[in-house]
Each structure stands twice: as C-alpha cells, then as structure tokens.
Design a protein around this ligand. Structure first.
Ligand code: SOE
Length: 407
C-alpha cells in the first residue's frame, strides 16, 4: 500500500499480450523490490478481446477490464495510460490520453511514422507544461550492464568513440508457414524487423554513447513475401499458430524481414547495424560493442549480466577484455534485487522502467527516454527506409570493371 508520503498512481493499460504481461509484472514488482516514491495501482486493462484482457487481469491482479481504451480516459481512478498495443494505435491513444491529462508510457517504437511521432511530441510538450509526463519504452537501456556501459562512456573511460556495432537477431520467421500476423503488416506495425528490433539497437547506440546518428546508408530485404492468413496470434510467442489447412489463403508481407545499415554519429564514430528475424538459431540476440581511443565495451544479451570492458590504459601485460559481472550493489538497479552473482533476466528491465517512470511522476520531472527521444529513433528508421528504397548508396559489383572506369 502507499504510505502517507508516497502518492498512488492508477494505471490503465491498453493491450494484454506479450508487452501487456511484461508491463503487468513490472507494475506489480515496482514497490516490492524498489522503494519507489510512488505506488502503482493496477486499475484497469483494456482490450477489444474481453476474454483475453480478462485473462491478463486475472493472472496479474488488474482490478477491472475495459473493452474500449477511451473509457480509461474518463476514469478518475486512472492517472497513467500504459500503451502496450501495435504501433498503428500509439499516436491516437497517446495524444488523446495526454489531452485528457493522463501521464503516458508508450511502448516502442514511438509511432509508425515520423509524422505521427511529431504529433506525439507536440502533444507531450503541451501536456508537460501542465505537469503531465510521457516516456517511450526502450527497456534495454535499463539492463544494468547497458546502464553501466553508458556510465563508463560518460566518465570518459573509453575516450573518443570511434566505432559502434549493434545487432539484434531473431529467427522466429524462418518458417514460411508462420502466419501473417500484425508484425508483418505495414499498416499495423509501420515496418518489420527495422522498427520492432532495429529501433532498440539504434536507441542503445545513442544512449550508451550519448551521441546521435546523423545519417545512414541502408539495405532491407523481405525473404518470405507471402504468408498464411487466418493464423492464431499467441500471447507467449511472436509468430502465432498457422491455420494449417491446405485451403489457407496467402497474404502479402508488406514489411522488411531484415535491415542492415551503416551510419555515423555526431562525434564522428562509424557505426554498423543489423536487425533480422531470419538469423537461424538466434532467438533474441542483441549485441552492442563500442570502441574508443582509450577502451571498449561489449555487451551480449544472451549473457546479459556481463559487460566486457577493455582498458587501453592498463599495463600491456594485463591487456585484454575484463569480464565484469554486473551484479554488484554499486551497479545500476542491482542493489534492489539480490546479492552479487544472483543474476537478473529480461523482465527486470521492465520493472526498472516502471520504477523510473513512477519516480519521475512523483518528483515532477521528465522521464527519459521521452517522446523526443522516440522521435529521434523514428527519424533514423525513416532514413533507413528512404536509403534502402532509393538504393542510392548501392554500387552493384556487376557494374565494376576497368572498362566501366570503376576501379
Ligand atoms: C519482438 O521482436 C519483441 O517482442 C520486441 O517487440 C520487443 O521490443 C523485444 O523486447 C522482444 O522482442
């Protein structure tokens, strides 16, 4: 329960599937493990599928169920709208919630287009003048090893940043019979691997270095262009279950299956990014390496409690990457959980996100990443699609020959 000194914020969550469950556990744990200066009250979960929303409510202890998210905006017991729905709904829900005086936490990517993201930033800025806050859910920033990496860069331990390489690899679409779910439809998801998982590595690169991407040259590909219609989406998996009968109709995949792009950051560093759902054998493999003049850091989500740190100033005989187990009380977030060595998992970053959001609300400060940070990522995604669509930066090898004057 909230104490007299800590306010309670009623949460109204829109969506109940994978992200809805990740956020639900976060609101439940925020006050169990952290002395957050505010208490979340799980007031309502909203979803058009009443039975599915009711199941999430039952499992996670939400007090009520709504089948229309707009009802949440009318309720006085709700102070926060937590958007856990596909990207085509983010702009409408977030702008309406902010205008109704509700704080907003919105899942990534912020929107399906730069135009939508700009409208959301405008609404967020107007609302913030009235003390209404907003945040976008790039949760991997809140993995302790990533937050520790950012601290090392900010302290100057890597010197000037020269290289960033990031990849986010999944393989849940390698089966061509995996159904045509919302993540494969541009009008629902905005883009494919690029916006769903590429957005994360763009945010991580900017968060850890403290710099921004200034330009890209890109290529995207859709390996499977048609998929079975009528599949059953799953709450616990990404692909869902195919309809299965031979009469199943096929529908067009209208997003990228994979995206690769090179970039440069404001400080001059060169960067390389890869996001794919076809890296056979890689389930949720996020890797980030940052090289500087005085050192490097390397992170692998498949070993998420570790940061590999290279100190170029160390004596030559000691040269090498140090495997830092990021579970000490001095590391970000860890002290609230377990003693050193008792590692954390995927879900803990969502709790860190909930705690940081509640803390910002209680203190009346602007949580990060805000909608403006989300807009910056959206601009990068749009630039990648623009570059890939133009193929302007692509030099065909077949065209390279002495005769053609290209050496
Ligand atoms: C699907 O790729 C997904 O659920 C992403 O949408 C999440 O942001 C990521 O954390 C896990 O994978």
């Amino acid at each position: 329960m909230s104490t007299p000194s800590t306010p309670t914020f009623g949460i109204g969550m829109v969506g109940y599937a994978f992200m809805g469950r990740a956020h639900s556990q976060a609101w439940r744990n925020a006050r169990s493990f952290f002395d957050a200066p505010a208490t979340p009250h799980l007031a309502a979960v909203a979803g058009r599928n009443e039975a599915a929303a009711a199941e999430t409510a039952r499992r996670f202890g939400w007090e009520s169920v709504e089948t229309d998210w707009r009802r949440l905006l009318d309720r006085d017991d709700i102070d926060v709208i937590d958007i856990c729905t596909p990207g085509d709904t983010h702009a409408e829900i977030a702008t309406a919630a902010l205008q109704a005086g509700k704080h907003v936490l919105c899942e990534k990517p912020l929107a399906n287009s730069v135009a939508e993201a700009e409208l959301m930033v405008e609404a967020a800025n107007t609302a913030q003048a009235q003390g209404i806050q907003s945040m976008v859910g790039f949760t991997y920033r809140r993995v302790p090893a990533i937050a520790y990496a950012r601290n090392l860069v900010a302290e100057g331990r890597l010197g000037r940043i020269l290289h960033v390489r990031g990849h986010y690899l999944q393989d849940w679409l390698t089966d061509p019979t995996s159904p045509l779910t919302w993540r494969l439809q541009k009008e629902r998801a905005g883009s494919g691997a690029l916006g769903d998982i590429g957005a994360h590595i763009v945010d991580l690169a900017q968060f850890v270095t403290g710099e921004q991407l200034v330009g890209v040259a890109a290529r995207t590909e859709t390996f499977v262009r048609e998929r079975p219609l009528g599949g059953t989406p799953s709450v616990t998996s990404l692909g869902g279950t195919a309809a299965g009968d031979s009469a199943t109709q096929l529908g067009p995949v209208t997003v990228d299956d994979a995206a690769i792009f090179v970039s440069q950051l404001t400080g001059g560093a060169l960067a390389v990014f890869e996001a794919t759902r076809f890296a056979t054998g890689r389930k949720n493999a996020i890797r980030l390496e940052v090289n500087g003049t005085r050192g490097s850091v390397a992170f692998d989500f498949e070993d998420m409690n570790v940061l590999h740190v290279y100190d170029a100033d160390a004596p030559t005989r000691d040269a090498g990457f140090t495997r830092v187990l990021v579970t000490e009380e001095t590391h970000p977030y860890v002290a609230a959980w377990w003693p050193p060595g008792h590692v954390l998992g995927y879900e803990h970053s969502f709790t860190h996100q909930a705690v940081d959001f509640l803390t910002a609300l209680a203190e009346g400060t602007a949580p990060r990443p805000g909608f403006a940070d989300g807009l910056q990522v959206q601009r990068v995604l749009s630039a990648v699609e623009d570059s890939a669509g133009r193929s302007g930066s692509w030099s065909s090898i077949a065209d390279v020959s002495a005769q053609a004057g290209v050496r």
